[in-house]
Design a protein around this ligand. Structure first.
Ligand SMILES: [Zn+2]
Length: 557
């Protein structure tokens, strides 16, 4: 039982809960052992020959149109020169509308990519991930390959896996021994050490100092979700100590604690990032600090928790009100980053679309598919009896939440892209373009979306470390060689970033064909063929179906 409860507890940390698993989570968080880890979080297999090429003494990406991540408009054609893992030059390669010159400098490249007509962006940053535990896929490599195949070169695990596994995988990725994005290791307050529960400000400070010594990059707060003694005083002490130790902080302000510690209060306590939507609207309630929960509400009933939350949308001071504006200005002044993870709850506003997404049959592991199915025993889903009214309420809720995000961005507030995939019909990698589409729906210009997905993520990861000019997140000479190269113009259509592309009518043949998908993801100077990565994932999925005796097509209810 212990083996089973531990991975679930972590994996479910953000969106799911399960009464008995919760208590075990709290207990077992304090008895972390390598045995438990390796049982439920299998490391990715080592990178084989041919899995990615390079890094090269000198690599030139020729003739590409550059979207540099800062919000600057596209410019091209340019030649991007990469030496080892570093971008060393960006050279103008010609003039739009005229043929590019032949024999351009530099001429001593070890490898060249002909990217004429393609677009280059900084590698994407997914600010909210969990790894694929063994209840979802055979090993962590499944999530890694799907991330890389979607241009994601950096992830923030909140957490990726238990501390020992996350630390080891982080180091293996840094050495490029595995095909994986760069990993930032955030851990939940109180987890991973062997010194008992954290229930006082003093203990919180001790845990943070232990975490800093253990190489943990930052802390994830759950606002009392695990009944673990995470009071506002404990959180405030941990934030303060985290900043003393150059660690970042991010909070999922769960309903368990939000009456006493909402997003406004978290901002006042100098929290760096608020992830998901929790806590914002609770800071804007008209009547009092508590949403109008129904009389039969039970936090452990997932349909109550994830259904009723949407009803808060018309209990708040509306967009444009003085209170609305004052709230956003307060957060802006406090320097809080919003990491909305809209994709992970998007099934709530259109369940049928999420369940029938184009990628499931080919890329969703059969055990992950099982995990998504509704049942009170199986913590994958809260759709016990999901009605039109629920979806309508969620659409209203999203409309307001999106207005909040767009207004915050327009005030100069920072928004990042996180997905929390592996739950609720959302799989790794594929949910990233959806988050970009949702930001555009919120009112972001596509260039603002790309900036959120790149530079703003990088700033949020590096600022707590005291680094104000991060080594990645924009394409510029001197930065690390993390790039996404795509054939279609992403600013015209983010749908072209899905691994399954997007259907488009070919006017010559009058046939519908799929266009798009990432061509190449370059991480640390290593070039990955994104289509090859997807083919490898498809084969992993097919092999699992064969091993488990499952049909090719996933069963629908
Ligand atoms: Zn999460």
């Amino acid at each position: 039982m212990k083996k089973a409860a531990y991975p679930l507890a972590i994996a479910l940390a953000c969106v799911i809960s399960f009464a008995s698993a919760q208590q075990k989570a709290t207990d077992e968080a304090h008895s972390d052992t390598r045995d438990q880890d390796s049982d439920s979080w299998h490391p990715a297999p080592a990178r084989e020959a041919g899995e990615g090429t390079g890094p090269f003494r000198k690599l030139v990406v020729r003739g590409v149109t550059l979207i540099d991540g800062t919000g600057a408009p596209p410019r091209g054609p340019v030649d991007i020169v990469i030496e080892g893992n570093t971008i060393t030059d960006i050279l103008r390669a010609g003039t739009p509308g005229l043929p590019m010159q032949h024999g351009r400098e530099p001429r001593d490249a070890e490898h060249e990519i002909d990217a004429a007509g393609s677009y280059a962006m900084p590698g994407f940053i997914d600010m909210h991930v969990h790894g694929s535990s063994t209840d979802k896929a055979p090993d962590l490599g499944y999530a890694y390959k799907l991330w890389l195949a979607h241009g994601i070169t950096t992830v923030r695990g909140v957490p990726l896996a238990p501390h020992a596994v996350a630390t080891s995988e982080q180091a293996r990725s840094a050495r490029n021994e595995i095909a994986a994005p760069r990993i930032f290791n955030y851990q939940i307050l109180g987890w991973g050490w062997r010194q008992g529960p954290v229930r006082t400000p003093q203990r919180a400070r001790e845990w943070v100092r232990w975490a800093a010594k253990s190489g943990i990059d930052g802390i994830k707060f759950m606002n009392g979700y695990f009944d673990s003694g995470e009071t506002p005083e404990v959180i405030a002490a941990a934030i303060d100590e985290a900043h003393n130790n150059k660690m970042g902080t991010v909070a999922h302000l769960a309903q368990t604690g939000v009456a006493g510690f909402n997003a406004r209060q978290a901002g006042a306590a100098h929290l760096d990032t608020i992830t998901h939507f929790y806590g914002h609207f609770e800071s804007l309630l008209k009547a009092d600090a508590i949403p109008k929960y129904g009389p039969d509400y039970n936090f452990y009933d997932e349909q109550h928790r994830f259904g009723d939350i949407a009803d808060i949308w018309d209990q708040i001071h509306p967009p444009g009100s003085a209170e609305w504006q004052e709230y956003l200005e307060h957060q802006r002044a406090a320097g809080v980053t919003f990491d909305p993870t809209m994709t992970i709850y998007a099934a709530s506003r259109n369940l049928m679309a999420a369940r029938n997404a184009d990628f499931h049959d080919r890329y969703t592991m059969p055990q992950l598919w099982d995990y998504f199915q509704s049942s009170r025993q199986n913590h994958g889903s809260y759709f016990f009896d999901w009605t039109t009214r629920r979806e309508v309420q969620w659409r209203r809720f999203y409309e307001r939440f999106m207005t909040l995000l767009n207004d915050y961005k327009n005030l100069g507030g920072r928004i990042t892209t996180g997905t929390d995939s592996g739950f609720i019909f959302k799989i790794y990698g594929f949910s990233f373009p959806e988050e970009m589409e949702l930001l555009q729906e919120a009112g972001f210009h596509p260039l603002e979306v790309v900036r959120a997905a790149t530079m703003h993520g990088a700033l949020t990861l590096y600022e707590p470390k005291g680094i104000r000019d991060p080594p990645l997140g924009v394409v510029r000479a001197g930065k690390l060689a993390d790039l996404v190269i795509v054939k279609e113009n992403p600013l015209q259509d983010f749908k072209t970033l899905y691994g399954t592309g997007t259907p488009r009518l070919n006017e010559v043949t009058q046939r519908l064909e799929r266009v798009g998908g990432v061509s190449y993801t370059i991480k640390d100077g290593i070039v990955y063929d994104a289509k090859k990565l997807l083919a490898e994932v498809a084969e992993m999925v097919a092999a699992e179906k064969r091993r488990l005796g499952r049909p090719d097509r996933l069963p629908q209810p």
